[in-house]
Write a protein that binds this ligand. Structure first.
Ligand code: DAH
Length: 341
């Protein structure tokens, strides 16, 4: 039995040392020290020894077991350390490799211009509203006093969804006036930016989709002087102090009186040049005093309340703000263009 124990000890220690990973080591643990293991088998035979032999043999067996256990533990730690080192090497990050460039985008020039406009109006106490691009013709036309037969309702100008011309892509942001009157308490001071759609061919100044900003004020005692004062202030903030404007009479179905507002040409200072087509002035927006019928249709008494409204094209405003010559540049998303802002 003594030889048997010595043999097990020698074999086991050699096997442990040769184990390549912890799974192999574990299998060896079972092979030698498990319930059906080799050492266990020898220990079970202890009972057959004579009482004189038993203590010495018992001690030896315990020594062997202790030796195996400690060798197992040592080898286990060694393998663990090896595995860790291997993993660290495999997963090492080379901090000297050049990184990937993260390119961060920025706002589109038109939205930069829109934010400037929003800031100005918010500073004057206006709220900013959002509304649907798929709109009812009753909001886009009827309740803005553009009756059946009005040229802007024509199929050649407007994208309708149905044969009866009731649902459409809004052709202006003006229906937001009606929506604001419907949902807001008086007095009302709002702007409503957004996309609008018309059947226009694409060229340097036209696109079937473009953006407008609608503005509206309704309160007691509001006059044309408020309209002029407010819009002049906005233009000075957008284009610089002392920027000259002029108001020309015009016609819109939803305002009376109606006007268009021009800004003095920034290129020639009013003398006349190609930019302003020799006029000295550039048309900026449409505006006017809200027609009493429009107020009435939305349940507001025109004898008590009055208001003004305007609509401005956002692309054109941005083009002037950033001196962009061609409208198409705004929509093409050419990075060489966009990166300039
Ligand atoms: N909706 C008009 C257009 O698209 C612009 C406009 C003119 C809006 C006068 C207004 C306004 O609110 O009062 O041409």
């Amino acid at each position: 039995m003594k030889e048997q124990l010595a043999k097990i000890r020698a074999e086991a220690l050699a096997a442990f040392e040769a184990a390549q990973d912890s799974a192999a080591l574990d299998a060896l643990r079972v092979q030698y020290l498990g319930k059906k293991g080799e050492l266990t088998a020898v220990l079970k035979m202890m009972g057959k020894l004579s009482p004189e032999e038993r203590p010495a043999m018992g001690q030896l067996a315990n020594e062997v077991r202790a030796a195996l256990e400690s060798a197992l533990e040592q080898q286990g730690r060694k393998l663990e350390a090896q595995a860790l080192t291997a993993r660290l090497q495999a997963e090492a990050v080379d901090v000297t490799v050049p990184g990937k460039k993260v390119s961060i985008g920025h706002q589109h020039p038109m939205y930069i211009a829109l934010d400037e406009i929003k800031d100005i109006f918010i500073g004057m106490g206006f709220d900013v509203l959002d509304g649907p691009e798929i709109e009812l013709a009753s909001y886009n036309f009827d309740r803005l006093n553009a009756e059946e037969g009005h040229p802007s309702r024509d199929w050649s100008d407007t994208f309708y969804f149905d044969e009866d011309s009731r649902v459409m892509l809004r052709s202006q942001t003006s229906p937001m006036q009606v929506r604001a009157m419907e949902t807001r308490e008086l007095p009302i001071r709002i702007i409503a930016p957004g996309r609008v759609y018309r059947k226009d061919e694409v060229d340097a100044t036209h696109s079937p989709m473009f953006h407008q900003v609608e503005g509206m004020v309704i309160d007691k005692g509001v006059t044309m002087a408020d309209l002029k004062g407010t819009l002049n202030t906005v233009v000075e903030q957008l284009y610089g102090k002392g920027t000259k404007t002029r108001f020309r009479p015009h016609h819109f179905p939803f305002t009376e009186p109606s006007c268009e507002m021009d800004v003095q040409c920034h290129k020639c200072g009013g003398v006349g040049c190609p930019t302003c087509k020799g006029e000295g002035w550039i048309e900026l927006l449409g505006a006017g005093m809200i027609h009493p019928k429009v107020l009435e249709m939305s349940g507001i008494d025109p004898n008590v309340y009055s208001g003004w409204a305007f609509g401005v094209g956002l692309e054109r405003t941005a083009m002037r703000r950033f001196k962009i010559a061609d409208l198409r540049l705004i929509f093409e998303n050419d990075m060489r263009f966009l990166e300039q802002f």
